[in-house]
Design a protein around this ligand. Structure first.
Ligand code: ARG
Length: 572
């Protein structure tokens, strides 16, 4: 696709010695209204060097450039030069590019040869996989897909919380009160109940805590019975997690969790000692971070055991050596901001110059609407239950609205799960938000079902176009696009054209909601176009031009939803 902005910068650079092409590119704006043209160049900065009033400079430039074939009009308004592209060429350029590239439209090879790790989800084993985990899981998956679309080689890591003194407690609790049958039937609920009981009992009988510590030490030293139990807890937990990942259509390349680093921390301690970074504090070893206004990083406890942060440091070093990443991205809640700042600093002090390539992508809290669900006294809201409920409710809506589908189970899953993911990715990630059932499943708001429904409706237009659709796609570069230059059509084509740059921006900012926004805009623009213009008209040339634009909308909706981890059914 022609990069029109780049072209305009080139043309302007020829006329302006005072500014580089790069600078001009940075100055070019998109006017707030379509009536003001496609691009605008502000002349304020030139006033000083040219010793002329900005409107005069703009007038001068507009006159010089108006004969350039790229534009149908160049206009001076106050200090701005406004550029108007030929709508016909523009719409053809965008729609023909989509017809040619299809599922690859928007993708690029910008990141070729570079490896990016995206660590996300990372729940703790034997603990509930609850609604709070949805954010890391869904945002992380979308960030992975964005980098994948840009041609980076990606590695998805689930840094499971599968290590720590709590497993000593869990083993003791299981031996005292557990049942193998229950764990097999309901692993997480059962293990959690033993764990809760352990804490209640340990209040009365502190000896239990000593026993748990001793048991953890055995586990750490590889004692077979303890290791077998831990392994079993881990496997059963993973089975539960995988059910949720299955519903969400999410996969990982590695489940190397915290335990994977249990034998890789000695080296880290050695380096810290060598570099003189460790200080003793009440028997514990810390790295003092006063100079950077941070609490110290606690590296080992007084009993010698390592901590969460120690494992994160070891994991980063391992990843650098094993994957030689270009970027190592952590999608983890903003409550852990300090934790990440601390250990990124420790890495830097250790002399790892690549610590700058480690990125923490934080996000805000999700809370639940009062009344609909509650975390009332220990009642945890499992993510699996949320997804199942979304699927169930969607099935009811499908029946009630008489939605057209070949397979109600499949559609209910695609739409129900898609709705939850879409709501999750609609909000800027850093904001706290309230999970709302009403908003999630609304077919008319700016929701997943609305976008999916618009996509399906546009697909049906293409199907009804029959042979004309095929011809339009075959002949995309040579159609008479003068039929689709009205405001509605042009608005839609502009959004289509923007899609590739939106992917780049979203990846750079680690912000999938930028894609969500575009997808909603395209859906709304298509619906306006569809409402105002008759697509399947008698005039064959006009019909093909309109079908080609419809096809472009379908592709951007589908490719966009897929980037967010959402399916796009062709009928609903
Ligand atoms: N397991 C942790 C939790 O549930 C999240 C892990 C985040 N990743 C990391 N490398 N620290 O809070």
């Amino acid at each position: 696709m022609i990069d029109f902005k780049q072209k305009i910068a080139e043309i302007l650079a020829e006329k302006l010695d005072q500014l580089t092409q790069e600078e001009i590119l940075g100055m070019l704006e998109t006017p707030p209204e379509m009536s003001m043209g496609d691009y605008a160049f502000p002349c304020f900065r030139l006033a000083k060097v040219l010793r002329k009033a900005p409107p005069l400079i703009a007038k001068d430039l507009a006159e010089q450039l108006s004969s350039d074939p790229l534009f149908i009009k160049v206009e001076q308004v106050n200090a701005y030069v406004n550029f108007f592209l030929s709508r016909e060429n523009f719409v053809r350029e965008a729609a023909a590019a989509v017809a040619e590239e299809k599922e690859a439209f928007g993708r690029s090879d910008l990141g070729a040869g570079k490896r990016v790790i995206v660590e996300f989800s990372s729940p703790n084993i034997a603990k509930p996989f609850h609604i709070g985990h949805i954010r890391s899981t869904v945002i992380g998956n979308a960030i992975y897909k964005l980098y994948d679309a840009l041609g980076y080689e990606t590695i998805r890591i689930n840094h499971l919380g599968d290590y720590g003194t709590q497993f000593g407690k869990m083993i003791v609790a299981y031996r005292l009160w557990g049942s193998e049958e229950d764990v097999k039937r309901e692993p997480i609920k059962s293990l959690l109940s033993y764990y809760v009981k352990f804490h209640e009992e340990a209040e009365k009988d502190p000896k239990l805590d000593d026993e748990a510590r001793a048991t953890f030490t055995k586990l750490e030293n590889g004692s077979p019975e303890e290791v077998a139990l831990w392994q079993w807890f881990r496997e059963e937990s993973l089975k539960e997690f995988n059910r949720v990942y299955g519903l969400l259509n999410i996969e990982f390349d590695s489940y190397a969790g915290e335990s994977f680093y249990s034998d890789k921390m000695g080296r880290i301690l050695d380096t810290l000692k060598e570099k003189n970074l460790l200080t003793l504090s009440d028997g514990a070893q810390i790295v003092n971070l006063d100079e950077w206004d941070m609490a110290p990083a606690l590296i080992t406890k007084s009993d010698g055991s390592t901590l969460y942060i120690t494992r994160d440091i070891a994991a980063a070093v391992y990843r650098k050596e094993h994957y030689d990443f270009y970027k190592n991205i952590y999608v983890v809640a903003s409550q852990q901001n300090l934790h990440f700042q601390q250990w990124f600093k420790v890495l830097e002090l250790m002399g790892c110059d690549w610590s700058k390539d480690c990125v923490h992508v934080p996000f805000g809290l999700v809370s639940l609407e009062e009344g609909t669900m509650s975390t009332r006294s220990g009642r945890v809201v499992f993510l699996e239950d949320v997804l199942k409920r979304a699927i169930e409710q969607t099935r009811e809506v499908i029946i009630e609205k008489n939605v057209n589908t070949d397979n109600i189970d499949v559609t209910a899953r695609q739409v129900g799960v898609g709705a939850v993911i879409f709501q999750e990715l609609s909000n800027g990630k850093i904001k706290d938000y309230v999970f709302s059932w009403d908003k999630v499943l609304n077919f008319d708001g700016e929701t997943g079902p609305y976008v999916q429904y618009t996509h399906a409706r546009a697909c049906s237009v293409l199907r009804n176009g029959g042979e004309s659709t095929d011809k339009a796609l075959e002949n995309a570069a040579n159609l008479d696009m003068s039929y689709v230059t009205g405001d509605r059509a042009y608005e839609l084509a502009k959004l289509v054209y923007k899609f590739p740059s939106v992917i780049q921006e979203a990846a750079e900012k680690y912000e999938p909601s930028i894609v969500t926004r575009l997808v909603v805009d395209v859906a709304q623009a298509f619906n306006r176009f569809y409402h105002d213009e008759h697509i399947l008209v008698d005039n064959e040339a006009e019909k093909q031009a309109k079908l080609l634009l419809t096809h472009a909308a379908v592709r951007v909706l589908r490719n966009g939803l897929n980037l967010l981890g959402i399916e796009a059914p062709e009928r609903m």
